[in-house]
Ligand binder design. Structure first.
Ligand code: NAD
Length: 330
């Protein structure tokens, strides 16, 4: 019989792609979301439950009524810059909300969890080339703090609650479903690729490159861009892993490509694919931006048997562009 997965935050960007991938892998899917930033037309679960993370009773009932075997937890406030200005909602939703979910899982006897963590838990490391999971967590903003706190809470729950969990630390999520069924629609949008695409579409006057004097090949920041469909397949692998995990335990696993692309390369890729020569301005560095953030992906390969397959820049930008054009009826 197929296993049932509860996808908390399944109406969002990464959650909607993961729901599609889990269904395609034969799982039964229950999406749980309060639509604070998710989209009703991005809900692909076999079942939809509308509710908030803070509602422990509804979460418990949902886990019990649908016979849930494992939980994937995406629901969070995600904007790091905003978290510096208004930290409390970030801790309330991301940490408090996760406590509510863990209480519900305990009440319903569900012990298997895949949690959305982030490369932001590494903070600003200038002393290593690749970020590996053994590095100490050192986030530099409340958003990253909230994710690091949840990782620590999960570790505390292993022995007393028999938790079997993986914290997936995503690098820069981007791209869209190749069939156009879902894509990136954050509001406000803060991620580079959709912002550059807005410049190409003319809905933004220009795109600014923040810092051109970094110690990188072309002077602009380098990031590890991972196609959202690769993230989705990483979740299928992680769910499969926790479902077969005999002993309680939690481990962080990076999801990235192991290679970096610069801001300028991204801008050029969007120009090439859109065919639009939009305006690019150059400004000073933004506080807190490390020059380079690239994942060590050894653990994902060894433990999950996973690697990125769709994360070349051309595929990422093409899929994101086609989705964005579809959104404006282009
Ligand atoms: N997008 C990225 O580049 C990125 C990178 C690293 C980590 N992450 C993490 O991945 C996860 C998903 O990110 P995303 O880009 O898909 O974000 P998103 O905003 O598109 O999705 C989050 C979903 O959670 C729901 N949600 C939020 N708070 C909720 C609550 N209290 N109760 C119920 N539902 C709630 C939202 O309605 C939304 O559908 C987040 O935890 C984020 O921190 C994202």
């Amino acid at each position: 019989m197929s296993k049932t997965v509860l996808i908390v935050g399944g109406a969002g960007y990464i959650g909607s792609h993961t729901t599609l991938a889990l269904k395609e892998a034969g799982f039964r899917t229950v999406v749980y979301d309060n639509f604070s930033s998710g989209h009703r037309d991005a809900c692909f679960g076999d079942v939809l439950v509308e509710g908030g993370l803070a509602d422990t009773a509804l979460l418990t009932r949902t886990l019990e009524d649908h016979g849930v075997d494992a939980v994937v937890h995406f629901a969070a406030l995600i904007e790091a810059g905003q978290s510096v200005l208004t930290p409390l909602p970030f801790f309330e939703n991301n940490v408090g909300g996760t406590l509510s979910l863990l209480n519900a899982m305990n009440a319903a006897g569900v012990s298997r969890l895949v949690f959305s963590s982030t490369a932001a838990v590494y903070g600003n490391r200038t002393d290593v080339e690749l970020l590996d999971e053994a590095l100490t967590r050192a986030p530099i903003n409340p958003y990253g703090d909230s994710k690091a706190m949840v990782e620590a809470i999960l570790e505390s729950c292993v022995a007393p609650h028999g938790l079997r969990a993986i914290a997936l630390r995503y690098f820069n999520a981007c791209g869209a479903d190749a069939q156009g069924r879902t894509g990136e629609r954050h509001d406000p949008e803060t991620h580079l690729i959709p912002l550059v695409i807005q410049a190409a579409q003319g809905t933004r006057a220009s795109i600014a490159i923040n810092g051109t004097d970094y110690d990188t090949p072309d002077g602009t920041c380098v990031r590890d861009y991972i196609h959202v469909s690769d993230l989705a397949s990483g979740h299928v692998a992680a769910v499969t892993h926790v479902l077969s995990q005999q002993e309680p335990g939690v481990q962080p696993i990076n999801l990235g490509t192991g290679a970096g692309q610069s801001v300028r390369q991204v801008v050029d890729a969007v120009k090439g694919i859109s065919g639009v020569a939009f305006e690019v301005t150059e400004g000073p560095r933004r506080a807190g931006d490390p020059a380079t953030l690239i994942a060590d992906v050894t653990r994902a390969r060894e433990i999950l048997g996973w690697r990125a397959r769709h994360s070349d820049l051309e595929t990422i930008v093409r899929d994101a562009w086609v989705f964005a054009e579809g959104q404006r009826g282009g």
